[in-house]
Design a protein around this ligand. Structure first.
Ligand code: NAP
Length: 288
């Protein structure tokens, strides 16, 4: 596992930043994705200094913008000819009013579901060049409280609340990861695995800054001191990225560095396929 090339999204803060540091400490080439160039550069320098590893780089893209994601993958390919590990870590819960991106897409679904899938699809040609590549998608234990999906309203135009959108998006992360793992085999990409994880409840900036409504705001503030450290939260991400134990493991869900069974109450292969087709239709125009 020496000299692996890893790209981690949302590595400028929280779990992503700590995971990036741990991976750099192991001597790997670590590419820190951020949306803010200065912040990404500062984190990059901090990690280089603390780990003594000079092979730390940055890539910039706003994950609300599919155009930006596409440009970022082109930037990656100008410098690197293979990718060993893609960690889709960036994610968020949003405010009490439903918000849309410049492209008119609901923000929770965009950041947590559509963008990671687009990034993954656009990087498959470099992942396939790795002797053994891994895709790691970040879900949440909150997927367990997801309400019944409404497949006629996947972007919650009729019935939005921030927690509902977040829980559903993290349930969809698990379904998309499973489907992707099967697709990879079908497309003959036998060297690439895809797994999802939940990091636990972790004390980061997650959910602290936006107005989710009085009760949700209170819950997030009150819970913070009881949450796990970002180091503990990053442990499963680092494990899935580097451990030999999971070398050929695919289509699974992990927590606390162990395989777990996700909540499958709303799951069926048909539901998964509807979701997959919907997401592929959304990102389709950016795949050429
Ligand atoms: N913390 C928890 O308790 C918890 C629990 C379950 C799952 N998770 C999941 O774990 C992952 C990491 O969460 P965290 O707790 O580390 O959150 P965090 O501290 O808020 O960090 C989120 C990261 O994502 C980046 N990001 C957010 N929006 C972005 C956008 N539009 N474009 C590009 N980057 C963007 C942030 O960039 P900036 O630095 O520029 O803000 C930051 O680097 C998320 O997927 C989250 O859903 C967290």
């Amino acid at each position: 596992m020496q000299n692996r090339i890893l790209l981690i999204t949302g590595a400028t803060d929280g779990i992503g930043k700590v995971a990036a540091k741990a991976l750099a400490k192991k001597g790997h080439t670590v590419i820190i994705h951020g949306r803010n160039k200065n912040k990404a550069q500062t984190v990059c320098e901090e990690i280089k200094l603390e780990t003594g590893n000079d092979k730390v780089d940055t890539l910039i893209a706003d994950l609300f913008s599919f155009t930006d994601i596409k440009r970022m993958t082109e930037d990656f390919k100008k410098k690197y000819d293979r990718l060993d590990v893609l960690i889709n870590n960036a994610g968020a819960i949003f405010s009490k009013e439903r918000e849309i991106t410049k492209d008119g897409l609901e923000k929770t679904m965009t950041l947590n579901v559509f963008s990671p899938l687009l990034l993954t699809e656009l990087l498959l040609d470099v992942l396939v060049k790795s002797p053994s590549a891994r895709i790691i998608n970040t879900s949440s234990a909150t997927h367990k409280i997801a309400t019944k999906p409404d497949f006629s309203d996947l972007q919650l135009e009729k019935n939005y609340t921030p927690s509902k959108a977040y829980a559903l998006s993290k349930l969809y992360t698990i379904w998309i990861t499973r489907h992707l793992a099967i697709e990879l085999k079908d497309r003959g990409f036998n060297n690439i695995t895809a797994n999802a994880l939940h990091p636990g409840a972790v004390a980061t900036r997650f959910g602290q800054d936006n107005d989710k409504g009085f009760i949700q705001n209170m819950i997030f503030k009150v819970a913070l001191p009881f949450m796990a450290s970002p180091e503990k939260g990053a442990a499963t991400t680092v494990y899935l990225a580097t451990s030999k134990e999971v070398e050929n493991v695919t289509e699974k869900f992990f927590g606390n560095m162990k395989e777990e069974k996700p909540q499958d109450k709303h799951y069926s292969a048909e539901h998964e396929k509807i979701l997959w087709d919907y997401c592929m239709k959304i990102i389709g125009p950016y795949l050429d």
